[in-house]
Design a protein around this ligand. Structure first.
Ligand SMILES: [Zn+2]
Length: 153
């Protein structure tokens, strides 16, 4: 069953960090060119269900994992690298096209459907980000834009 959550659930996910004109944005990891707005919630949209997303028996909603380890597993599958990322991270992985990645915690609320390894949610906003392949300048820019903690590589 989906539940209405007025208190956010904090889960884990990945984003691409891509440049849009003169500033960087967080982008969906799996849906290209879907960027997350700064300082307002990201809202789930479904081509079939529209604003009713997430819907049971469909793939829609904003995805997040229950644990950091599950998000890291996806990152390992993506980069082919077996390492732990975060504050103690020192070496840059060979990122595709040199595009930085953000691993981080995300707040989820509204209608939230629990799934085996995580959640599909109606609303989301980043909570804390760890950059992979991103230096101090990029961390500062994203911190200013999204108003959340951002840790450089
Ligand atoms: Zn749907």
């Amino acid at each position: 069953m989906s539940k209405i959550h007025t208190e956010p659930i904090v889960a884990w996910r990945l984003w691409h960090v891509r440049r849009h004109e003169d500033e960087h944005r967080l982008e969906s990891f799996t849906w290209h060119h879907v960027s997350w707005p700064a300082r307002r919630r990201f809202e789930a949209r479904c081509p079939t269900h529209g604003e009713a997303a997430p819907v049971h028996g469909h793939e829609c909603g904003i995805y997040a994992f229950r644990t950091r380890e599950l998000a890291e597993d996806l990152l390992r599958r993506y980069t082919g690298i077996r390492q732990h990322y975060g504050r103690r991270y020192h070496e840059l992985p060979p990122l595709r096209q040199g595009c930085p990645i953000a691993l981080g915690r995300v707040s989820l609320w509204g209608r939230v459907i629990a799934r085996q390894h995580g959640f599909r949610a109606q609303y989301a906003y980043p909570y804390e980000l760890f950059l992979i392949g991103g230096e101090d300048g990029l961390a500062r820019e994203l911190r200013g834009l999204y108003a959340v903690d951002v840790w450089p590589s």
